[in-house]
Structure formats: C-alpha cells, structure tokens
Ligand binder design. Structure first.
Ligand SMILES: [Zn+2]
Length: 475
C-alpha cells in the first residue's frame, strides 16, 4: 500500500524559546506500507493522492492514560475527591464484556476525533471475567484500528486498604485476586494478544501503591523485562496516597518504587500530583514518564501536578484524558489545552510556561517516549510509522487564519480532524471514523443505558467518616 499526502501544511522545526514559533511550510509525504517514506516539496506522487491543501498535518497524539469502561458512568458521579469517587464507581452494577467492547470503541472514536492515534487503556477488569474483559477491549481496538496499549488494571490488596490507617485493618475483605493469579492473567494476555507490529500491546499496569503489594510490582517488572512490555500505574494522585505511602513504606512512594526496580524508560506514571523535589529527581534519573491528566485532577480536586518543575528537571511528559467518569469526556485537545495553560497560575516566571508547539510535542513525541516508542512514532520523520492526523484549517473554529498550532491548542477546535492514519491505515476520512459503523455504536450505547439520577453508594457511606478524619475535615 503506497499513497501520497500532498500540499499539507506542516510545522518547521522549533526556533528559539521566545514563545510563539510560527514557521510552517507546504510539503508532500510519501507513505509506503505503514511508514513515512519521504517528506519534501514537489515529490512525485506514489499510489493514490490525498489532497491536503488548507490542512495541517501533525503526528498523532497519545491519549496516555484512560479507563475506557468508565464511559458508562460519565456525567454521573457527584463532585467528590478520588477516594470517595472510587467508592461510588466500584458500587455500580458490574458491566458485561459486550459493554467493555462498546466503551472501548467509544473511547477510541473520541480519541481519534480529537487528534489521538494511540490510546493507553488502563482497563478496569470485570471481577471473575478478567480474561474476557481484556479480549473484549482488544477486539474493539483491532476493529477501530487505533494503536492500543491495553493495560489490565490489576491489584492484589483489598479495596479499603487505599486509605491511611485502614491499610492494616483486620476487617478488610480478601482481595479479588492473589498476586500469583494476577501475574498468570497478565502472562496469558501477553501470549494471546501482545502484537506490537499490529498495533496491540499488553502493558503491565498495577493500579498503584495504594492497592498493590511489593511482590506484584516485582513480578510485574520481571514480566515486563521478559517480554519488553511497557509499565504503567497511578502514582501519588492525592494527598491521602502520599500519607499512605509514608505509612506503608516509611518513605516516599517514588523512592520505594525505585528500590523495587519498577521505574525505567518503559514506565509511565499517571498523575504525579504529590511528588517532592527528591522524587522528581528520581523520575529524571530513571527516565520514567509523567502522564498529566489535568481534567481529572481538577474534577476530583486532587491538586495541580508540578508540570513546570518536571519540565525543568528533564522529566518526559505526556497527556491523558483519564477515564470518562472523572473527566467526563475523551477530548484529547481539551486535555492538552487545560493541561498547558493551567500551569501559568503556578509560576510567575512566564518563560517557564508551555508554548503551543511544546504542547503538541508533549502530546505526540512525549506520549511515544513514555511508551518507549519514540523511534517508531510521535513525529513527522522519515522511517517512522505513519500515525498522522490532518486538521481542516477551513473549519470555523480554526478561522480566521492565524497560527494553526496556536489555534489548535489554545482555541476550542470542534470537529477539526479531517483524516487520520494509524500504521499507514486510514481510520478517519472526511471527519468520520471509517473503520467501524459509528451510528450503530451510538445506537447501542443509547439502548444499553438509561437516564439516571446521581445516588449515594453504601461503600462511600461506609468510608466517608474515615476519609474525613484522615484529611483533617470536620467529622
Ligand atoms: Zn486513572
């Protein structure tokens, strides 16, 4: 399969650090098989030609942290901090694999239509049907054709251990899965589904220090080494988790994870809101990536991640939407916008602020780097996989004509994605995902759900007094 994308506007390399960089040029791309074969002006066409006049071509972004099945609860959970929000989330009726499949499709479609070509799905597993859950999500991502990192969310400690001073309680129920069972599940998933060349990757993804034992982190790291798998987890999303890590380890969670050997260039860490300067240094030294999820951090009141500090320390950064019940959407461009300008409130030194071009680089190359794949995708580079997005610059939300990347990041682009390719395969054409029947998906999502009123879960009621005590709130 060969084709040309002709007369696209592409950004020229960044200049100095004065802020806005406005260099663009018109270029043609030749795609051969699944890779970018040539970039230049006046290139002879190969195969069929795609007319990209008045369109901006960028590398696809990475939605570097989400939980696809939360789509079924989006817009529903009242304003609550993470620990109580989670109690509400866990108390919903469990889903079935067909719902997992549908919400993975929905997550992929929304990611593609907001500039993403890769998704990291920290996949919540149906208790007792874990392998079926993974199979359902993989099926969806294969059908859509998005590049997927399926990261089964695993834990081997009981829910409730995630709150300080409850972690050693005798009253907690037994965990759903033992450490050995979790590792067996992951091993099986690798054998059945891990196929990087086809765009499906299995990731070792303990939920976080709050619900995982040391043997799980160590066993997961060994599995990751044996199969060259990426590693992913939540890290210090809330103040309660910071208190818990001191209680559990007697040191910071980051120092403990380093000791366990879990942090390296294949590790991406969602949130990282409550890290201290020595922790940041460890991330820089180990080459781990921070995935910034600004909307969920705001929605759950977790805090503002010290992203400007990470940048100055040389820590790689990527953007994530996080699950649709804590965002409550999968609009990657929205996450990039908020995740960029939010930090202007944290530092008066405006020279540290993130420029639109830097935002785009974080979203694309930063995302690829976090997946140890910067040599494979994440930039418009000859020899890389053709993971590409074309934006329609005649779209009303991107007019009048000024700086296209400035408009894309700082504006509110609506339906601006015209086309997208993953591994050289076209997955969006004329503004529509063309690999699956999206009207059918909408109908199924509608029919399998019902209008609901927010309600208070019994699990939340059971936890609330303890949470308030831990956080020093009036009981
Ligand atoms: Zn998450």
């Amino acid at each position: 399969m060969s084709y040309s994308i002709q007369t696209a506007l592409i950004p020229t390399p960044q200049g100095d650090e004065t802020g806005y960089e406005t260099g663009y040029k018109t270029a043609d791309l030749q795609i051969q098989q699944d890779k970018i074969a040539a970039i230049g002006s006046g290139l002879p066409p190969v195969g069929c030609c795609i007319d990209a006049r008045d369109k901006l071509l960028l590398p696809g972004f990475v939605n570097a942290h989400t939980h696809s099945s939360e789509m079924w609860q989006r817009g529903l959970i009242p304003p609550l901090p993470l620990e109580l929000w989670l109690a509400e989330l866990y108390d919903f009726a469990p889903l079935d694999p067909e719902q997992i499949y549908l919400s993975a499709l929905g997550t992929a479609v929304e990611t593609l239509l907001s500039g993403g070509t890769t998704v990291v799905d920290h996949l919540v597993l149906i208790p007792g049907r874990e392998a079926e859950t993974i199979a359902a999500a993989v099926r969806a991502y294969r059908e859509v054709g998005i590049r997927a990192y399926v990261a089964p969310l695993v834990q081997d400690e009981p829910f409730g251990a995630n709150l300080p001073a409850l972690s050693k309680s005798e009253d907690l129920p037994a965990p759903a899965m033992s450490t050995a069972a979790v590792l067996d599940l992951l091993q099986d998933a690798v054998q059945r589904f891990h196929d990087p060349a086809a765009g499906i990757n299995i990731v070792v993804a303990p939920t976080g220090i709050q619900l995982c034992s040391d043997p799980l982190f160590e066993g997961g790291a060994a599995l990751s080494d044996a199969h060259h798998l990426c590693r992913h987890m939540h890290l210090l999303e809330t103040k309660a988790q910071k208190i818990l890590s001191q209680e559990k380890y007697g040191c910071s969670a980051v120092a403990h994870l380093k000791r366990l050997g879990f942090l390296n260039q294949r590790t991406s860490l969602a949130h990282c809101v409550w890290l201290d300067d020595p922790d940041i240094q460890i991330l820089a030294e180990t080459g781990a990536t921070v995935v910034h999820n600004p909307l969920s951090n705001l929605r759950l009141g977790s805090g503002i991640a010290p992203v400007l500090k990470y940048r100055r320390a040389g820590v790689n950064l990527a953007f994530g939407c996080d699950g649709s019940a804590s965002n409550d959407s999968q609009d990657l461009l929205e996450a990039i916008k908020i995740g960029s300008i939010l930090h202007n409130t944290t530092d008066f030194e405006y020279r540290h602020w993130i420029t639109p071009r830097e935002s785009v680089e974080m979203a694309a190359l930063g995302g690829a780097t976090g997946l140890n794949a910067a040599d494979q995708f994440g930039s418009l580079t000859v020899g890389k996989q053709a993971d590409l997005v074309l934006y329609d610059l005649t779209n009303l939300s991107l007019l009048p004509r000024t700086d296209p990347i400035g408009l894309l990041v700082l504006g509110r682009p609506t339906q601006a994605v015209d086309s997208a390719w993953v591994n050289g395969r076209q997955v969006v054409a004329q503004g529509q995902v063309c690999t699956i029947d999206v009207p059918q998906l909408r109908q199924e999502l509608f029919e399998r759900s019902a209008w609901q009123n927010p309600r208070q879960s019994s699990m939340r009621q059971a936890m609330e007094a303890r949470y308030r005590e831990v956080m020093g709130l009036e009981v």
